[in-house]
Design a protein around this ligand. Structure first.
Ligand SMILES: C[S@@+](CC[C@H](N)C(=O)[O-])C[C@H]1O[C@@H](n2cnc3c(N)ncnc32)[C@H](O)[C@@H]1O
Length: 299
């Protein structure tokens, strides 16, 4: 299997034995060190930054490492989509929140919903190992963890001889105190409501028999498809009698940009996601195709 996992294309859940996950690996120093020191295990890095992912892939190829995988996605959705329950041995988060602000509360990696998903995918006795330079973040994480009633919590000051990651280096050189927090799963987490996505095996193009389309009704519009599910259209490009619609789908916080194509065929049109767009096939993506059809055919 290749180092880069295209979560939109592969069969899920993943089946990689002895798997540990690092969330937000940045330059990749930590995950590479772990992989080299533990060749019998596999490591999966999840990052939001495309640049970090590209750098890690290059490094893995250069150093010929066979036990590192990664993907580019928000950690919550990465865990939700890729892993079975009770599957991951340990999870690592190093300095995940360098500019800790109250107004960013909902975006933090250790909100109750995110910790809930991480806990579900973690094996019993598995650990979430967190390093941070910010005690407020540690307190916030402990509060989320306590609410789930599934972790033994251990905390302390981190004593470091050799800094591993960029941020560890940075905070140590600034003389900051570093903290560690270990959340050890001893039972299943208490259920809390959390965002979900529903994937489908296949998307179905829709055919309309129409001579004239109401294309103008589709440009720069927003539609509510379901609770917390919004479909937006932007610019529309025309080529002869076919169209490409720039689109955005927001499903409970999972965002994807893609093009919908409206292609002239025989005595009508076929509406589908453009083959040049890579999109996660969800139920709401199908609803977006259906919505476009409804608008342009005026039905
Ligand atoms: C401050 S950096 C720390 C990087 C590295 N762990 C280190 O210690 O140098 C935080 C990293 O987490 C990533 N990140 C933040 N939120 C994330 C999320 N929701 N899912 C995945 N990665 C995330 C950022 O892109 C960034 O690379």
């Amino acid at each position: 299997m290749l180092c880069y996992i295209n979560y939109k294309r592969i069969n899920k859940p993943l089946n990689i034995p002895n798997l540990e996950v690092e969330i937000g690996f940045g330059r990749g120093d930590f995950i590479v060190k772990l992989a080299k020191e533990n060749p019998e295990k596999n490591f999966f890095g999840i990052e939001l930054s495309q640049i970090s992912v590209e750098k890690l892939i290059k490094r893995v190829e250069k150093e010929n490492l066979k036990n590192i995988y990664c993907t580019c996605i928000d950690a919550y959705w990465g865990f939700f989509l890729l892993f079975k329950d009770n599957y991951i041995e340990n999870i690592y988060m190093n300095y995940p929140d360098p500019w800790f602000k109250k107004r960013h509360r909902k975006r933090r990696l250790t909100t109750p919903e995110r910790l809930y998903i991480f806990a579900k995918k973690l094996k019993l006795r598995g650990e979430i190992r967190i390093r941070s330079d910010n005690y407020e973040f540690i307190e916030f994480t402990k509060e989320s963890a306590e609410g789930l009633e599934c972790f033994e919590i251990e905390e302390g000051i981190l004593v470091i001889k050799e800094p591993i990651t960029k941020y560890e280096n940075k905070w140590l050189s600034m003389g900051r105190t570093l903290y560690k927090l270990i959340l050890r799963k001893f039972k299943e987490p208490k259920f809390i409501p959390h965002p979900t996505l529903e994937e489908v095996v296949e998307l179905f193009p829709v055919k309309v028999k129409a001579k004239k389309l109401k294309i103008k009704d589709l440009e720069n519009k927003e539609f509510k498809l379901d609770e917390e599910v919004y479909f937006k259209t932007f610019k529309i490009w025309q080529r002869e009698e076919s169209y490409l619609v720039e689109s955005l789908l927001s499903e409970r916080g999972y965002l994807q940009k893609f093009f919908i194509q409206i292609k002239k065929k025989d005595n009508g049109y076929v509406i589908d996601v453009s083959p040049y767009s890579e999109a996660l096939r969800t139920k709401n993506l199908q609803k977006s195709i259906n919505k476009v059809t409804e608008i342009i055919s005026g039905s």
